[in-house]
Design a protein around this ligand. Sequence first.
Ligand code: PMP
Length: 323
Amino acid sequence: IRWTEGRGWHDAELVPYGPLSLDPANMTLHYAQEIFEGLKAYRRPDGRVATFRPETNALRFQVSARRLAMPELPAKTFIEACDALVRQDQAWVPPHGGEASLYLRPFMIATEVGLGVKPSNEYLFLVIASPAGAYFPSGVKPVSVWLSENYVRAVPGGMGFAKTGGNYAASLLAQAEAAAEGCDQVVWLDALEHRWVEEMGGMNLYFVYGDKIVTPELSGSLLAGITRDSLLKMAKDLGYSSEERRISTEEWRRDTENGTLTEVFACGTAAVITPVGVVRSASGEWTHSDGRTGEVTGKLREALLDIQTGRAEDIHGWMHHVS
Ligand code: PMP
């Protein structure tokens, strides 16, 4: 679907997957005026297909668009575009059972040609899809994380809350540093004090204190994950309480060592929920799990996947039926 200044959204079309042809002076290529989303379609036990909370992705896409000075796509159009692609690609939605899905990637790029730094006067919104297998085909395995003190992902007043490519470009070097330190993922800290936990590379974090789950509050520099929000809403269903607040790295270490912090996990569309095992930083390391998934982490993971795959009743009205 195209957007042009003065004309708005127009020319929606469903075309076979293939390369885009872009002018070398296309503004996106130079100034990164680009936003995206990620969501999944699951096959239900009766063979129908449903996406998980697409209206929430549509609203977050509007939030990202505003921050990047791009036009807002109506939520209805966002959802209709995803539905049209899922219907076209029905055959690619994996069978019911397990965690496999069809991953959808809606995104928007600037298409004006020119090297002046200003918002583009035309845009292209696209959705592509790809089948996605289970994130952990041989069983859920805790990730090891590196607390990044040399780099920050987002600053106050920046774009941390938007889902835009630049945030991920800023994370690549830190991710390489984490790998060099023997860790799977980076944990981002706040930009000012390097002390407050924000999020992981592509996931939000949760801290389990007995039967309470705690997640860093939305500071403006971390992404408002849809999985994060779903878990806040689901906690009560499973008899847990929940809290959004600031959590420091000192607290993380101290509460692990004194045994009050019983589990830590990360959550996001791709892996759903991943336990955190080893936590490493320049000033030392500590460990959460001896290779197992904690009880609360496991229960939340199952409960969420049960809703997404249609094994459990959709009590929150989160599933959007496409076919
Ligand atoms: N934080 C970042 C930086 C991410 O890229 C993602 C993945 N979209 C998340 C958190 C988790 O968000 P969601 O639950 O909506 O997938």
